[in-house]
Design a protein around this ligand. Sequence first.
Ligand SMILES: Nc1ncnc2c1ncn2[C@@H]1O[C@H](COP(=O)(O)OP(=O)(O)OP(=O)(O)O)[C@@H](O)[C@H]1O
Length: 305
Amino acid sequence: MTPSATLEAHALTKRYRRTTAVDDLSFRVRPGVVTGFLGPNGAGKSTTLRLFLGLDRPTRGAATVGGLRLAETPRAMRVVGAMLDARAVHPRRTATDHLLAVARAGGVHRRRVPEVLGLVGLADAAHRPAGELSLGMQQRLGIATALVGDPGVVILDEPLNGLDPEGIRWARTLMRDLASEGRTVLFSSHLMGEMELTADHLVVVHHGRLLADQPLTAFVAERTTRRVRARSPERERLAAALDRAGVTTRVDPVAADALDVTGTTTDEVGRIAATTGVALAELTDVRDSLEEVFLAMTAARKDAA
Ligand SMILES: Nc1ncnc2c1ncn2[C@@H]1O[C@H](COP(=O)(O)OP(=O)(O)OP(=O)(O)O)[C@@H](O)[C@H]1O
């Protein structure tokens, strides 16, 4: 493996004729963790990734890998491996021929090809034309393409698209393994449940601007109201006791025995239930999901705009 490197966007801006796709973005993507690149359609994720890969030139600012622009980096394929579009493979070429061509272009030994095919679970499909592969298999071939140079930095644009649940699980484990080997792993996804399970760190963009750059747990914790869900066969008595203690409760309109309690902890609700002599059937800490936090955040931006 080539040593990993930090990706850095510095005041990165990309304007097309009428659109500002990327607007003054500054952030770093570090080795050893999986970083999720999150944003709605059109937020500027693919453009940012293309700028890192030197496939487009910034209007202003810089996108560097280990402090260098990729175009200035020798043996770039060993430094950064990327998948931007898994369908960008000639349909009549076999998986092996495609990877051999990639290896040749990058100055990588051909013995790496069967190795990466094995790594992505495509050994049995090695000699099938890419056009005959299922969407999920094409996605795996795209990921194999990114890994040919055994790079220290791996960039994957929507790697989970088209994968079935088993494939998603596989890709998630692969990204975690790549990071635990010390690589820098950046992937974009609009599947927020998956991102929540996979990413350690988040870079969030909206309308080309940076909204957040922080650990996923902190991103969610800082923007969520902690609630406690309590269920009791004596809901009314529990609600009255909590009310006396100055705690806000809301009855769950669906579950007849449930209360949503805000502004307190499970410890406190448990204590109040015990001193009141009310039986509890459930006492749970509730936090918003990444999806709920993200949607609330982008909706707030829309209102402010
Ligand atoms: N070559 C281009 N010429 C003109 N406009 C472009 C070009 N590439 C991207 N854009 C515009 O820039 C904005 C950001 O697009 P980009 O593809 O980077 O977003 P994204 O976050 O990757 O979205 P998606 O998830 O839909 O791919 C969009 O408004 C898009 O239409």
